[in-house]
Design a binder for this molecule. Structure first.
Ligand code: A2P
Length: 329
C-alpha cells in the first residue's frame, strides 16, 4: 500500500498559507491527516480541505511533533525562528517559506526542478527561496548549465500580495498600512528595508539566493526590486551575459523544454507573459526572449509567475512531494 503522510501548515490563515492548502488539494498529495496552525487570532476558524472543514489550531511549543511528519511554515520569520527548531528537534521535517534559514550554510535552499535531488534524511529544516528568486532562477539555471552565466541584472515588478494580507489591503483600500507610499498611485522602488550598502533586503535576497541555488558565487548579480499596484504575480526583466556564445532559437527551445516553464513569445501577435494571465497557475512564463546587442553574449528575458504559487506555495508543496518521492520522511 502506498504511504500516506501527516502534514501541518503553519500560518494557514495567511495569504500563502491558504494557497498552500489549495495546492496540497490540487496536487493530490497522499495525506492521511492535515493539521492547520495560526496565531490565537485565527484559532477556531475553519478552512475547507477535500470537502471537510478543518479547524485552525493555535500554534504552541507542543503543536509540532509526531505523528506530524512534514510542517510547511508561512507565518513570518519570527515564527519560523522560534518554532521550526522545536519541530525539527521533534523529528518533524520543516519546509520554511520565510527568509529565516535561507542563507544558513547548514540549511538547503531548494527549487525542486534545479536542486531537489540534493535533499537527504538529514535535512530537517529546508528553506524555500524568495518569490522573485524562484521564478528567475528556473530559466537561469538551464541557461547557466549550457552557456555559463557571467552576469545577471534583475529588475522586478512585484505584486502587493508578496507583502501578505496587509499589502493587498493597501491596494484595495488606498491605505499606507504596509507600504511607505500609496501603492494605488505609484510603483515603489523599495521592498523590505534598506541595508547599509544602499540595496534593499529584497534585492540582497535575490543576489545571495541566486548564488546559493546555482552553487556559484562567481556570477555577478545585481537587482532593483519594485512594488507595483497589482494583486497577484511578479514580473522580472532579466538581463544576462553568458561566457559561451549562444543561438537565440536554441535558448528558446531549451526554455520551452524545461519542466515548469512555459514560453509565450509570439511578438507578431503581441503575445508575451502577462501578470493577470499567470495568476492561479503553477508555471513560470518566459517571453521577450531576445539578444542584448549592447554586449557580447547578451540576452534579455521577461519572466512572469504567480508569486503565491510557484513563488511560495507551489514550490514548498513540490519540496514536500520531493521528500515523499525520495522516501525521506
Ligand atoms: P493569524 O491570521 O492568526 O494572524 P499574512 O502574511 O498573509 O498576513 O499571513 C501570516 C500568517 O502567519 C497568518 O496565518 C498568521 O496567523 C500567521 N502568524 C503570524 N504570527 C503568528 C504566530 N505568532 N504564531 C502562529 N502563526 C502566526
Amino acid at each position: 500500500m502506498n504511504k500516506e503522510y501527516h502534514i501541518a501548515v503553519v500560518g494557514a490563515s495567511g495569504v500563502v498559507g491558504r494557497t498552500i492548502i489549495e495546492v496540497l488539494e490540487e496536487h493530490e498529495l497522499p495525506i492521511s491527516n492535515l493539521q492547520l496552525f495560526a496565531s490565537a487570532r485565527s484559532a477556531g476558524k475553519t478552512i475547507p480541505f477535500r470537502g471537510e472543514d478543518i479547524v485552525i489550531e493555535e500554534l504552541t511549543e507542543e503543536s509540532l511533533q509526531s505523528p506530524i511528519q512534514i510542517a510547511i511554515f508561512s507565518a513570518g520569520g519570527d515564527t519560523s525562528k522560534k518554532y521550526a527548531p522545536i519541530a525539527a528537534a521533534n523529528g518533524v521535517t520543516v519546509i520554511d517559506n520565510s527568509s529565516a534559514f535561507r542563507m544558513d550554510e547548514n540549511k538547503k535552499l531548494i527549487v525542486p526542478e534545479i536542486n531537489g535531488k540534493i535533499l537527504t534524511t538529514e535535512d530537517k529544516i529546508i528553506a524555500n527561496p524568495n518569490c522573485s528568486t524562484i521564478q528567475s532562477v528556473l530559466p537561469i539555471a538551464v541557461i547557466h548549465d549550457k552557456y555559463s552565466i557571467e552576469r545577471i541584472v534583475y529588475s522586478t515588478y512585484q505584486a502587493v500580495s508578496g507583502a501578505g494580507q496587509a499589502g493587498i489591503s493597501d491596494l484595495e483600500n488606498g491605505t499606507t498600512e504596509n507600504f511607505q507610499y500609496p501603492i494605488v498611485e505609484t510603483v515603489i522602488p523599495q521592498i523590505d528595508v534598506f541595508q547599509d550598502n544602499g540595496y534593499t533586503k529584497e534585492e540582497e535576497k535575490m543576489i545571495n539566493e541566486t548564488h546559493k541555488i546555482l552553487g556559484d558565487t562567481n556570477i555577478g548579480v545585481t537587482a532593483t526590486c519594485v512594488r507595483v499596484p497589482i494583486k497577484t504575480s511578479h514580473a522580472v526583466s532579466i538581463n544576462i551575459q553568458t561566457t559561451k556564445s549562444f543561438d537565440i532559437d536554441e535558448i528558446r527551445e531549451f526554455l520551452a523544454n524545461t519542466p515548469g516553464i512555459t514560453v509565450i513569445d509570439d511578438i507578431e501577435n503581441n503575445r508575451y507573459p502577462l501578470q493577470h494571465e499567470a495568476a492561479g497557475k503553477d508555471d513560470v512564463f518566459v517571453g521577450r526572449i531576445r539578444r542584448d546587442h549592447s554586449i557580447e553574449n547578451g540576452l534579455n528575458l521577461f519572466v512572469v509567475s504567480d508569486n503565491l504559487r510557484k513563488g511560495a506555495a507551489t514550490n514548498s508543496v513540490q519540496i514536500a512531494e520531493q521528500l515523499i518521492a525520495l522516501d525521506l520522511v
